[in-house]
Design a protein around this ligand. Structure first.
Ligand code: MG
Length: 368
């Protein structure tokens, strides 16, 4: 059977504050993502129902199947009606473009159900308790009879068209279908098939698509006599040490700045100002653990660190493993996820002349 996807791209974005359908999310708009899912799920033609900016978005798509573009109406049901009138095929798959994370499997299941029984509507059984507050009374509804309706909602084209001709307005297609033809067949929807409605939904989508964020850090400290040399939390035997308000652990400072950069929280100078007596002589390991607590508070973890120490002397190779283990312990991750390298500058620059040691680092953070 042929299946036509009716993609509703005409919704207003009042609740989001910006245009959720036409703003690219990691390179693709919600409209494009929804189109791809409909095609992968088995639609062999499409009708785009557009208004405003979505008209340009649709015009910019390369659509590999026959398609048409029709204007949206005042209400959702007007838009669907316009789409159905422009459609041809045996099964119509009506889908809100704002549900752009629908899986092709759900689309396929809805089409197969419509082919078999006339309808296939994605829905999720209610697991929360739902109450109705009315005139000071609380009525607990039987959740076994409650469902959250999603799209796709697939029907025989001729039937859903007839339902729309006689049914009036509704916020979903299943309601109109039920009036004309009885209860539709429900197929399992998915929590990932979430409608991008609020800023929280958008943040969820960003996390889903971008599991990692990255930050970069750099630091330099002067090498002086009369100080201990601490690098990556490890005491290194050497005739000089680094000068600073804290223990001047240049490597941990670069790593902390990288992590704070990934969190967009500024740098360690902002968090632990060197005018604050509390931080005089403090172990930078303690500060690193505090920074890691901020990562955890965001629901994230440091997934990888890569760092380079730039110094002429001493040789760091004998201490590398101990440094990586120490950093990993403070970040509560595996030493396999911490990489520390060292380089000289071949006698050039202030590092090469032994005046200072510098360090640079990149931190990757992932959502738990
Ligand atoms: Mg520093």
């Amino acid at each position: 059977m042929s299946a036509v996807g009716i993609l509703l791209c005409a919704g207003s974005s009042n609740r989001m504050g910006f245009d959720k359908l036409n703003t690219p999310l990691f390179g693709k708009t919600a409209i494009e993502r929804s189109m791809e899912a409909l095609l992968a799920g088995g639609c062999d033609s499409l009708v785009f129902v557009v208004s405003g900016a979505s008209e340009q978005t649709v015009a910019s798509l390369s659509v590999p199947v026959p398609f048409s573009v029709v204007p949206g109406g005042k209400e959702r049901s007007d838009s669907v009606r316009n789409g159905l009138n422009a459609a041809s095929g045996e099964v119509a798959v009506i889908h809100d473009a704002a549900r752009c994370f629908v899986s092709p499997a759900v689309v396929k299941a809805s089409i197969e159900s419509a082919e078999k029984s006339g309808s296939g509507v994605a829905a999720i059984p209610m697991t929360d308790t739902v109450v109705r507050l009315l005139d000071g009374t609380v009525e607990t509804l039987d959740r076994n009879t409650l469902f959250r309706m999603q799209t796709p909602q697939a029907f025989r084209l001729s039937e859903i068209r007839a339902a729309y001709e006689t049914g009036g307005a509704a916020t979903d297609d299943a309601t109109l279908y039920a009036k004309a033809f009885g209860v539709p067949n429900l197929i399992p929807g998915s929590e990932n098939n979430r409608k991008l409605t609020t800023a929280t939904d958008w943040a969820w989508a960003v996390e889903r698509l971008c599991p990692s964020v990255y930050g970069i850090g750099f630091d330099t400290h002067r090498l002086v006599e009369g100080r201990e040399l601490i690098l990556g939390g490890v005491k290194i035997p050497f005739e000089k040490g680094l000068l600073g308000h804290s223990d001047a652990d240049v490597l941990l400072h670069a790593i902390m700045d990288a992590i704070l950069g990934a969190l967009k929280l500024g740098d360690i100078g902002k968090l632990f100002p060197d005018t604050d007596e509390r931080y005089r002589g403090i172990s930078s390991r303690k500060l690193l653990r505090e920074v890691n607590a901020l990562v955890q508070k965001r629901g994230m973890y440091v997934s990888h660190i890569d760092a380079t120490v730039i110094c002429e002397r001493p040789k760091l190779a004998p201490h590398r493993e101990a440094i990586e283990r120490t950093i990993a312990a403070d970040l509560m991750i595996s030493p396999d996820d911490v990489s520390v390298k060292a380089t000289t500058t071949e006698g050039m620059n202030d590092e090469g002349r032994g005046l200072c040691i510098s360090a640079q680092a990149i931190a990757s953070l992932a959502h738990k």
